[in-house]
Design a binder for this molecule. Structure first.
Ligand code: ZN
Ligand code: ZN
Length: 58
């Protein structure tokens, strides 16, 4: 059995997929949380917030 986690954009909350240009990156502050970000939010530099350390940034 494999666990499938929905990949949700950290900025807009939509479900994203790597095939559609979404990127995965770890929190630049604590490196404990992995974000997904859709292509749209990437190009608009929308903000996101880390639930672990409350880091907020583009
Ligand atoms: Zn987004
Ligand atoms: Zn963090």
């Amino acid at each position: 059995m494999s666990e499938i986690k929905p990949q949700i954009c950290a900025s807009c909350g939509k479900i994203v997929s790597p095939e559609k240009g979404a990127v995965k990156f770890s929190c630049p502050s604590c490196h404990k949380y992995t974000f997904w970000r859709c292509e749209m939010c990437r190009s608009f530099s929308n903000t996101y917030k880390c639930p672990v350390c409350n880091f907020e940034g583009p």
